[in-house]
Design a protein around this ligand. Structure first.
Ligand SMILES: C[S@@+](CC[C@H](N)C(=O)[O-])C[C@H]1O[C@@H](n2cnc3c(N)ncnc32)[C@H](O)[C@@H]1O
Length: 321
């Protein structure tokens, strides 16, 4: 029998058994302050009595993850033999090596025990994340949120799109996460619309991009439909519905045009990511949304996310397609 030890004799431990780990699979429980000698019919040990040589896996059900990780390490149990069931903001690489847990418990049980959407502080913590760490490190919250939203959006029909692509750094993530969807990319490739009155420096900086350059950073360039030119003229030929749209054009006028064009074309259950909505340096974004909601005559359900530039995620309610 595998040496599976469960650290903690509280609610977390009983939930673990309710979720499918049979008491007879548990060699013993371990607790710093045991309430009795047995729990759920199995012995309860003090940590110093844990037989390290027979210990294949310690499942930590307590929230005291950092302290217990240190105790286990002091006993000689390596990190890859520990499985933490509670979120921890302190342990950067928690559950990064859960191959042993996967072998002993099976993926079906492991998936039940570690919900898909556990997000904690550091890059690489989104369970089953597909984005490379070096991309996530740019703005972890923005990209991890995008990954979760793409998982949701993949359940409905429609293409993905971005208005305001610049060098394609965000577009490549959408393309990577939704490789089976068409990705419409709208940018002037010559900076902001003069109507938006950007500063000379900002305008100059945003001219430093090309259609070819964007294509070159996309992992699945064949899915991209690049529409160069000023929006909304550049969208005249496009007849599509969308499941996920990123709107990132920095100024009032183009943001309002983007909302007017995209919002009616987003399918029920889809999302529009309004970048910079919470950015005090770009007040036109929130003003454009206010204006558009006035035009609509109703507020749009939305969730702010705490990424670097204050994205607001607008959620399209309605029948999914
Ligand atoms: C902040 S950058 C986009 C950055 C990109 N989304 C990213 O995360 O890497 C804004 C881009 O919007 C483009 N843009 C702004 N207004 C536009 C309009 N009306 N039509 C087309 N492109 C526009 C600019 O040319 C610029 O490249």
């Amino acid at each position: 029998m595998a040496g599976i030890y469960v650290w903690g004799t509280g609610c977390g431990a009983s939930e673990l058994v309710e979720q499918g780990l049979k008491p007879e699979q548990i060699a013993a429980f371990v607790d710093n302050a045991p309430f009795g000698e047995t729990f759920l019919g199995r012995p309860v040990l003090l940590p110093e009595k844990l037989p390290v040589e027979n210990c294949d896996l310690v499942i930590v059900t307590s929230r005291q993850t950092e302290q217990i990780a240190r105790q286990c390490e002091a006993l000689g149990i390596p990190r890859e033999r520990m499985l933490f069931l509670k979120n921890s903001w302190e342990i950067a690489d928690r559950n990064q090596h859960c191959q042993i847990a996967s072998d002993l418990l099976g993926d079906e049980l492991l998936d039940k025990l570690l919900p898909r959407q556990q997000v904690v502080a550091c890059p690489g913590q989104l369970r089953h994340s597909r984005l490379p760490d070096r991309w996530l490190a740019g703005d972890y919250v923005r990209l991890a949120s995008l990954e979760l939203l793409c998982r949701q959006a993949a359940q409905i029909s429609g293409a993905a799109a971005e208005l305001g692509v610049y060098k394609g750094m965000f577009a490549r993530c959408i393309n990577f996460l939704m490789p089976e969807r068409k990705l419409y990319l709208f940018d002037s490739f010559s900076g902001f619309s003069p109507k938006d009155a950007p500063t000379a420096g900002l305008q100059e900086a945003h001219k430093q991009t090309t259609v070819e350059g964007v294509k070159a950073v996309l992992p699945f360039p064949d899915q991209a439909v690049i529409c160069p030119g000023f929006f909304p003229d550049s969208a005249r030929e496009v007849e599509e519905g969308f499941c996920l749209v990123s709107l990132d054009v920095d100024f009032f006028g183009s943001t309002l045009e983007g909302l007017r064009w995209f919002w009616p074309r987003i399918h029920g259950g889809g999302f529009l990511l309004l970048h910079d909505w919470g950015n005090p340096a770009l007040p036109g974004i929130a003003q454009a949304l206010d204006r558009y909601q006035q035009e609509l005559g109703q507020p749009i359900p939305a969730v702010p996310i705490p990424d670097r530039n204050g994205t607001l995620v607008l959620c399209k309610v309605g029948k999914t397609r």
